[in-house]
Design a protein around this ligand. Structure first.
Ligand code: BGC
Length: 250
């Protein structure tokens, strides 16, 4: 029997990426398309690109295929509530309606880290794990997905925990390591502090580390001492697309 397919689109600070996803395997059906995020990433500008990406795949998907889109902010019932690392005009914008209008059909809008977490639990590094899995994406900011026995608890904004008087992501995100020119060894104590606070508050069964920097996990994960097992994500940059597609089909 053919698997269900859905379109996933992941909106990031530098690029907007999309691909049709086979929901049986979590694999792309075709190579993903990436278009640079416009300098002013307003809802209208982003929606035009999302529509362009969806158009690329019209021949690969049934007309009624579910469409999921991610955004790096809190999403409540389709409305974007926070915009830490995107254009401020997203705040309180009904993003789901903006995209549904641009695409001419209903789509689902979800937080980027939530989508990545769902993808890792269904198809990736945390596949089949019971208990509490916390996915952290270390990128421009820090994204979090809390997934308990396969069930997502959405919009956990623990990248913004206040630790030692700082918004955690302004100390420990991968972008900060680059901005401050820190080596992995110099960055590791910040991660140690961050993950220690998280594990002491939430007692997870597993941490999964996503974001582009997870490709270099061997350079920093061995430097951390935690009681919780911590492993790199498996789907890397595909996770947002795959998770958005999967959630749209739920
Ligand atoms: C945002 C989150 C987002 C994360 C990763 C944070 O700054 O508040 O909603 O998931 O960055 O993009």
């Amino acid at each position: 029997m053919a698997h269900q397919v859905a379109l996933g689109i992941d909106i990031g600070g530098s690029g907007i990426k999309g691909a049709p996803v086979d929901l049986g395997t979590g694999q792309f059906l075709r190579e993903r398309v990436k278009i640079a995020t416009p300098a002013r990433s307003t809802p209208e500008a982003v929606a035009a690109i999302v529509d362009q990406i969806a158009d690329e795949f019209t021949d690969d998907l049934p007309k009624d295929a579910p469409i999921g889109v991610t955004i790096p902010g809190v999403v409540q019932h389709g409305v974007v509530r926070t915009a830490a690392n995107i254009d401020k005009s997203w705040t309180d914008c009904d993003g789901e309606s903006v995209f549904s209008k641009a695409l001419g059909r209903k789509c689902l809008l979800v937080n980027d880290a939530d989508a990545a977490g769902v993808a890792e639990v269904r198809y990736g590094a945390a596949k089949g794990k019971d208990g509490l899995v916390i996915l952290t994406t270390l990128g421009t900011g820090i994204g979090i997905a809390l997934i308990h026995n396969g069930v997502l608890i959405p919009n956990a904004e623990l990248g913004h925990l206040e630790i030692d008087g700082h918004d955690a992501e302004t100390r420990a995100a991968a972008s900060i390591r680059e901005k401050e020119g820190l080596s992995y060894k110099e960055w590791a104590p910040r991660l140690q502090r961050y993950y220690s606070v998280l594990e002491n508050l939430l007692w997870p069964d597993l941490f999964v580390v996503g974001g582009g920097v997870s490709r270099k996990a061997d350079k920093f994960l061995p430097l951390l001492t935690l009681r919780t097992p911590i492993i790199p994500a498996a789907l890397e940059n595909a996770a947002g697309i795959v998770g958005a597609a999967a959630l749209a089909a739920d």
